[in-house]
Design a protein around this ligand. Sequence first.
Ligand code: F6R
Length: 242
Amino acid sequence: MELIKVKDYDAMSEEACAFLVERINRIENPVLGLATGSTPEGLYKRIIEKYNQNEVSFKKVKSFNLDEYVGLEKEDPNSYYYFMKDKLFDHVDISLDNVRVPNGVAADLKQECEAHEAGIKAAGGIDVQLLGIGANGHIGFNEPGTPFTSKTQVVDLEQSTIEANARFFNSIEEVPTQAISMGIETIMNSNEILLLVSGENKADALAKLINGEVTEDVPASVLQNHANVTIIADEAALSVVN
Ligand code: F6R
């Protein structure tokens, strides 16, 4: 694992932008695994700036999102499809035919999970997977205890995750209790992984990931077993790592 230490959220976003732009420009037909949440927002803002300055194009990019809430329509402002359009897709030259966010309202959710896996396979696998981390160590929505052999599946969200994500909803009752999430094995099959970590509330999870044992109790600890992981973390997130 390569650990890049930066000062704060802005510096993390800047560094992540340079990292991703370099890959998009270098890889012939880049296949990206994308994340939502607060962590990558600054990165997406900067990538849009680079696009507007003609420094990067998404014409040849295919993307697969990590997860989606079960029960939210694409048009729902809290859906991750909506997030991706709002924060990135609507502002760059990516074709919506080349993006795949799991469909959280599919009639057959199991089949939808299989279709996500099949899509990734058909694209030749993920070149660069972007990740955030939950305070409980989750990656994607793979909560503690998820088998490392998991593929894309419907998962139950932990109460702590529901509480953490309630900030985006009118009330905690509106937060879905389930999601479709790429599995841990799906994530680990990516050629390269970029994990972004910012803030003190992630410091314990990051310390366990870097110094702790590899255990399904801390899903992110599996990244120790991946050959090509870069972590960009700010000072607050690194406050517990010695
Ligand atoms: C998002 C995702 C989650 C988040 C994590 C951190 O697609 O899969 O694992 O990366 O919950 O969320 P934020 O960035 O909001 O702190």
